[in-house]
Each structure stands twice: as C-alpha cells, then as structure tokens.
Design a protein around this ligand. Structure first.
Ligand SMILES: [Zn+2]
Length: 159
C-alpha cells in the first residue's frame, strides 16, 4: 500500500501513456516515447483501457507530488506534527508552518535520523528498513509539494 502527498486543485495536462497490452512492440520501452504507430499494431483489439489504440490519455498533475509506502508516510507526517493517520489534508493557510517544520526536519541534525530504521541487522534485511538518505529524499519531496501549495495557495492532501 502506498500514500501520495499531492495537490488536488493543481491544473492537469493531458499526457499520452503507452498501454501494457502493447508491450510486445519493440519500441515499447523507448525513451522519451515509443513509436505510437507500432504500439497500435501490437495492441490488443479488445483491451478495455486503450480499445486497441496501444495508448491512452491520462491527465497528469502539473504540481509536484510524492508517493511513499504507508509506513514511511506515517513517519514523515508524524515528524511534521501531522499525526499518523492514513490520510489528511492541510489548508494553504496551514502549509507555511508545515513547510517550516519540514525544512527544520531536513536541516537540524538528528531529525531525519530519528525516523530512519536500519535496513540491515547482523547482515540480514529488516522489513521496512529505511536509510537517513531516503528519509531526507522524502522530506525534500514533501517540501516541493508544500512550497507549491504555499506559492499557489492550494490545499495539500495525503492518503
Ligand atoms: Zn491496451
């Protein structure tokens, strides 16, 4: 299970996505994009998603967002003083204060460390291990979302 920190009111932009039913097309994994005509030839005619087109249009948010596992998200929200609920929201009036807390959590020694869990113990992997570096990366992701919310006066939602 995962949770996303995002801005529901942010404008979206249509983005063409390749459909998995066309994954046998040789150019399927090409970057930045596959050969769309080729995908259409390899697509499944009865595909519910692309209806045989090999691609579909998805509305993509123009705002930053961050996806985390539930456990990691709860640790981050707790560190930011937002509790450990499975989801929640912040008004744009609350966002600047939480942004300040996130910047402190990132910059004050010991804060990010407080929610890092050793991924290895006596050479064995521990479920749900998370390093200080990954905690910092998550905080930076949350900071981007919060900055956007402050600048654009948007609500932030996680869940
Ligand atoms: Zn398809």
């Amino acid at each position: 299970m995962s949770m996303t920190f995002w801005i529901p009111a942010a404008p979206t932009t249509p983005k063409r996505e390749s459909c998995m039913c066309a994954q046998m097309a040789p150019s399927f994994f090409n970057e930045p994009e596959p050969d769309w005509d080729e995908l259409a030839k390899h697509a499944s005619a009865d595909c519910w998603l692309c209806k045989g087109e090999g691609c579909f249009i998805e509305q993509e948010s123009t705002a930053p967002s961050l996806n985390m596992s539930n456990a990691n998200c709860r640790d981050v929200t707790e560190l930011l003083g937002l509790g450990r609920d499975e989801g929640g929201s912040l008004s744009h009036e609350q966002a600047p204060e939480v942004l300040r807390r996130a910047l402190k959590a990132l910059n004050i020694p010991g804060r990010a460390e407080s929610i890092a869990r050793e991924g290895f113990q006596e050479g064995r992997m521990i479920q749900g291990g998370t390093t200080v570096e990954s905690v910092r990366a998550r905080l930076m992701g949350v900071i981007k979302v919060l900055k956007y919310a402050v600048e654009n006066k948007n609500e932030v939602v996680w869940g």
